[in-house]
Design a protein around this ligand. Sequence first.
Ligand code: NAG
Ligand code: NAG
Ligand code: NAG
Ligand code: NAG
Ligand code: NAG
Ligand code: NAG
Length: 599
Amino acid sequence: MNKVFSTVTLLVATVASTLLPKDVSAESSACTVQAWVRAEDLAPEHVSHGELRIKVLQPHCAASIASVALRLELNEFGEVKHLRPGAVIPEIKKTDNQTLRDNPHTLYDYGPYDKAMSDPALWFVKAEERTAWSTEATLFENNPNFSRPLVKPFIVASPAVNYPPSFVHYRQIDTFNLVKRHAYSDLGYHYTAVVNFTDGRTVHLPAGHTTFRPTYTRPLAPTPFSWNSTFLMHHETCMADLPQTKEMLALREKCLPESLRSAFIAEVTLEDGYAVQRGKPLKGRVTVHATNGSTQMSDISLAFYNNHHTSWALEYATTGGDPDFYKLLCQYPDVTEIISTDYSSYLFNEERSRNAFYNSPPILSRSLTAGEPSWDFELPIPTTAVPHFSSYYGTTVGALVLNLAVVYPRDVADCIRGVEKANDDSDPEYIMLNAEEGLWDSYTPVVAPIPSESERLWERTLYLQAVVPLNILGEISEQQMDHYLTPGQPSPTLLISPPPDRVAFSIARPVTAEEPLANTSARLMPSKGTFNPYHFEDNFDDYYNWRAAPDPAAHYNQGNYAGLLWKKKVVAEERGILPKTTQGEGNDDDSQHPFVVMP
Ligand SMILES: *[C@@H]1O[C@H](CO)[C@@H](O)[C@H](O)[C@H]1NC(C)=O
Ligand SMILES: *[C@@H]1O[C@H](CO)[C@@H](O)[C@H](O)[C@H]1NC(C)=O
Ligand SMILES: *[C@@H]1O[C@H](CO)[C@@H](O)[C@H](O)[C@H]1NC(C)=O
Ligand SMILES: *[C@@H]1O[C@H](CO)[C@@H](O)[C@H](O)[C@H]1NC(C)=O
Ligand SMILES: *[C@@H]1O[C@H](CO)[C@@H](O)[C@H](O)[C@H]1NC(C)=O
Ligand SMILES: *[C@@H]1O[C@H](CO)[C@@H](O)[C@H](O)[C@H]1NC(C)=O
């Protein structure tokens, strides 16, 4: 009943910033217009082909559009909430009234603390959006006849500059609802149809999003890479200032002093170095070195993680007087993947098998013991891994994450549970199912039973984590591309087909706009809700308010991915569903169209 280690479990919910297509229609004078873009991904020194489709729903509106231009922008978003210099968060005190008889927990008054967490005198919040570049061309003009949907080709020429890849990103919302220290960033390449009506009105229609594929130079001859990492408890700092967490940690320290626990160190050797190309396996060996303490390792698991860190927020917080910002940042790893057609392979599978649809990150696991502490592994790195890239607000990093289950002695568990020595016989670590019993039901398979871990063993397990950094590479190119944040870089240009021989690129002129403070505060400093872990269900109502708060990044990478619609066209042509029109080889993802840039 008193599960000390799991009382302050944080439930994490996420809000997808992608997936659901947005309504892409606009009305002016009762005319509904819809816009779609299908286009190849962008890449350095390449021409990407695309098509804009415009549909006008009402027949009487066929002639009410004067012109349609197509705009492509790289939008970036950053957001931070940090403690102001010298700000003091009030302590959470015991309530005067501890008379709730049935409640085994101490009662605390969270009032002043909850209020402080959204107090602008204590917290600094800021959010801004940066348009790195914007390019536009008029595709329909002179009052075209839209009695039928019209499709117009265009191209996007990109200079020899690496722009960031676009990724699937999730905003984290936890059931505490309230936001403590906070950092978030996102980016997206957005197509917008700018529709001019004959009555003089202009309407902007989101028409899809795309991505950029930066290229990397091949690493020099790969040399093995070794890395030692100490296994640590993770996520405990998240609520370290809450009295319930402190009680739990103090009790554990009393029963299982850290100085007596074994220390575990992972020694990892990666055969081909830490620069890894996605889609290839990561080969290596892990050896866990343990000191002779009171805890014992059992299972280890390996997984690949891709995270997006908001380095801009860290910079803001540390220079703004919150030196502990990143240490106390209570955020969970957000597994990130590139925007890619790989998610949608089921659309192209004629058998309509959905097997390929689920793209869960690969995890390997096995048991390790002090006598057999090494493991040679081969972990597949997903093709959807985001290559290492630093953008204006954040950096995407890859990591090999090792999770180690560590078991502590039974008397420690009894101490933590606050009971006298339990009766050993009634408390087995492994439960053997009774084989004979299983023959008398209609669901147990007829196999020799395998021992399964008892709940008591799980209860006296700590989970430790060690991390090895990886440098994930995208497409390889012989040429070293400039990084887009180097001053004076040219930016992609949207043009009417066919591709010209020479493209006059213009220099990117980023425009940054700060979000109104009231909007940022509505999102990051909600006026209601509590941090009390025993009352987090009080926050459920606010969870929906929170989601309703304005969010400039909410539309990032929503709606159609232009690259997926392009692939549908290419596959439809291959299968004779559409007549063949595609220029170039263009029948797989990687076939972009190189061209020569003239000075
Ligand atoms: C103390 O708690 C009990 C039980 O909830 C309640 O009946 C009583 O009114 C409380 N007393 C004060 C002074 O808040
Ligand atoms: C527009 O096109 C439709 C069908 O192609 C035709 O019937 C109609 O007359 C055209 N309207 C104008 C104003 O040209
Ligand atoms: C569309 O309307 C806007 C605003 O009136 C104007 O600036 C733009 O030049 C127009 N586009 C075309 C292609 O006429
Ligand atoms: C890792 O630790 C082992 C054992 O202590 C040591 O032999 C090795 O040199 C260390 N490797 C690195 C890269 O520090
Ligand atoms: C570890 O410590 C235990 C108890 O102190 C002792 O019995 C055991 O021999 C030690 N093992 C090693 C490998 O030193
Ligand atoms: C700020 O929030 C209001 C109300 O939600 C919204 O109407 C407005 O567009 C937002 N402003 C910006 C710049 O996002």
